[in-house]
Design a protein around this ligand. Structure first.
Ligand SMILES: [Zn+2]
Length: 305
């Protein structure tokens, strides 16, 4: 089963899924840029309606506490638009971890995530469907990030919730998997984020070879890396037989990313990236695998945990 903000659904109900997005977010405390605040609920609704119109049916919303998570807004949006929304428990990375958790050890992180998984987020009664996005810095795992990841792994193994990560510019993906699995978290319960930002192919392949999922989840952010390079890497990974381990998304976090502000909007994978893959010869069955089948497996809560 998959846990959405409106309740549990069967994996086959998920439909076309964006695996790593943000609807309500506020990173301005750290980034000092009002563009990194998304708080216009009507605007979120319109963007989601556009996503739905383009074929999108579900979205994993990985904004956690410290980033501006608002589970009640997600619940209202899901009801209004019919898009399945999955919310999260977790913390992001240094320096986005809220002050109250700033010196926690792994066991405290784990207890907190397990409490939210069992009882819901604050007093909303809304259950998280994923632990994330939990992350590391660029080429560096800070001590607090290490505790956070271990805590996420313990909670994931205990609750069956998948763990989705943030890597900074794609770095340390392999190290994250090593650390998480060492705590007893099954490797197929791990989604390593932002792997499309790492131009070092050997490093990304080393993550794929562990059996973990990887996310190509910054599609359209051509300022970081041109989509043409994403297409090239993706084709190579598919040719090597890794098509069952890859998820797609756009990771929008800014007002300027929204359609109404002249940005590409949440449907950009469907509107502009999938046509590029088709043109490059990727079959419809592989596209279905990437957009529907893989997320339905990756975000299923593991039984018997
Ligand atoms: Zn993100």
């Amino acid at each position: 089963m998959i846990q959405t903000v409106l309740g549990k659904i069967a994996p086959e109900e998920l439909g076309i899924c964006s695996a790593h997005e943000h609807l309500s977010i506020d990173l301005s405390r750290v980034k000092k840029d009002p563009d990194t605040i998304l708080d216009d609920e009507q605007g979120m609704r319109e963007e989601l309606e556009d996503f739905y119109r383009l074929g999108g049916r579900s979205m994993v919303e990985v904004t956690n506490d410290g980033m501006g998570r608002d589970a009640l807004v997600l619940k209202r949006l899901s009801k209004a638009t019919g898009v399945h929304l999955i919310t999260c428990t977790g913390f992001y990375k240094d320096p986005f971890i809220p002050e109250y958790a700033g010196d926690w050890k792994a066991e405290q992180f784990a207890q907190h995530f397990m409490k939210e998984a069992a009882e819901g987020i604050a007093d909303t009664g809304i259950l998280p469907g994923v632990i994330g996005e939990v992350g590391t810095s660029k080429n560096e795992m800070k001590p607090i990030e290490r505790e956070l990841l271990i805590g996420a792994a313990i909670a994931g193994a205990e609750t069956g919730l998948p763990v989705t990560t943030h890597t900074t510019l794609g770095t340390l993906g392999f190290e994250q998997v090593q650390l998480l699995t060492k705590q007893g978290l099954p490797v197929d319960q791990i989604i390593v984020g932002h792997q499309d930002l790492n131009p070092n192919k050997e490093e990304v392949l080393s993550v794929l070879e562990t059996g973990a999922y990887i996310a190509f989840d910054t599609i359209g952010k051509n300022n970081y890396r041109p989509d043409g390079e994403r297409v090239d890497f993706l084709l190579d990974f598919i040719n090597r037989g890794f098509e069952k381990q890859i998820l797609l998304s756009a990771d929008l976090t800014r007002k300027s990313h929204w359609k109404k502000n002249g940005g590409p909007g949440y449907g950009l994978v469907l509107e502009s990236f999938i046509p590029k893959l088709k043109e490059a010869g990727v079959s419809d069955s592989i596209l279905q695998q990437l957009l529907i089948v893989n997320p339905s497996r990756a975000f299923s809560i593991r039984e018997g945990s």
